[in-house]
Ligand binder design. Structure first.
Ligand code: GLU
Length: 325
């Protein structure tokens, strides 16, 4: 069992146990593990400090490096399972990226916390205890990347952060939980039905650069020139966090069609937070040359679109990918 510590609130330190302000990612791997009584008896642990960032500073480069490290540990048979401690802000994106590019059936489990390690009722130690229990459990294999937090096990594909401050922040709105964890006692409810990890077509081996994909947030009176700005700054893809069922104003729609005809891939997702975005519902995707995100929120749509572009898929195959993954 190998732990990759990346930073986040779980490694955060505050001036006092009740101070809401804190520095994320300052405690190292050893301090994290030592704060959890009995952790070393759950599994034989190895680990390393992979990075020390609040997850708002996660980057394409860190994702590629993380995927290479996870794949390397598994292919060298140096870990039966891997736990990644991570900030909660972007854990869903890192998790979905790994869900698509890790080439192993072995458990990959992300965890974090909402309260820093120094806080009253810090939630990190139990989350780490449960995450290590999951990663050490062969029954967790074949489910893709899992986010283990606040006694819940979520598929990285389906989970999203829903509250800025609540300890119960992670939800899987359309799909539900993969399982639960109670002081290391684990229950499983389902396997993700869409392809992932070893069954995914996406790889990031070798010299991969993830292309620029921007997310534009739609709203009443959204200025259409943001779309042109994004395209002219080099975005190869644009994800729209649309209103409702991935909608935008007529003016923005026409601008999206213009950049799409220049080769930018435009994916319509939704800012709503749950539900599907279907093709040709209120927007004429066929006529405008757009892709519907199906079930992925904007930040996960961005991940999938980046990987589709690395693979060189055209618009039709990218639409297929959104329906399949
Ligand atoms: N912004 C920090 C991060 O994502 C804090 C959020 C957290 O970890 O809960 O790393």
């Amino acid at each position: 069992m190998h732990i990759l510590a990346t930073g986040g609130t779980i490694a955060g330190s505050a001036p006092s146990p009740v101070d809401p302000g804190y520095d994320a990612g300052v405690l190292g791997f050893t301090a994290l593990v030592d704060a959890v009584p009995g952790l070393r008896s759950v599994a034989a642990l190895t680990g390393e400090q992979f990075s020390e960032v609040g997850s708002q500073d996660m980057s394409d480069q860190l994702w590629l490096k993380l995927a290479a490290r996870v794949n390397g540990l598994f292919s060298a048979d140096e870990a039966d399972g891997i736990v990644i401690t991570h900030g909660t802000d972007t854990a869903e994106e890192t998790g979905f990226f790994l869900h698509l590019v890790v080439k192993s059936q072995r458990p990959v489990v992300l965890t974090g916390s909402m309260r820093p390690a120094t806080a009253l009722s810090a939630d990190g130690p139990l989350n780490l205890f449960n995450a290590v229990s999951v990663a050490a459990d062969p029954r967790a294999g074949g489910r893709g990347a899992i986010i283990a937090i606040n006694d819940d096990l979520h598929s990285a594909r389906d989970v999203t952060k829903s509250s800025t401050t609540d300890v119960q922040t992670f939800v899987s709105p359309d799909a539900g939980l993969v399982g639960t964890a109670s002081y290391g006692r684990l229950r499983y409810f389902r396997y993700p039905t869409r392809p992932h990890t070893a069954d995914s077509e996406f790889t990031v081996e070798g010299e991969v650069v993830l292309p620029r994909v921007d997310i534009l947030y739609a709203h009443a009176n959204m200025p259409a020139d943001l779309v042109r700005a994004s395209a002219s700054l080099g975005a190869r893809g644009i994800v729209i966090a649309g209103v409702g069922n991935g909608n935008v104003s007529s003016e923005v729609a026409q601008t999206l069609a213009d950049v799409a005809s220049d080769g930018v891939i435009v994916v319509r997702s939704s800012r709503v937070g749950s539900g599907d975005v279907g093709r040709n519902i209120e927007m004429d995707d066929d006529g405008l040359g757009l892709v519907a995100s199906d079930q992925l929120n904007p930040q996960k749509s961005r991940v999938l679109l980046q990987l589709c572009l690395v693979r060189g898929l055209d618009r039709g195959l990218i639409q297929d990918a959104f329906y399949r993954y």
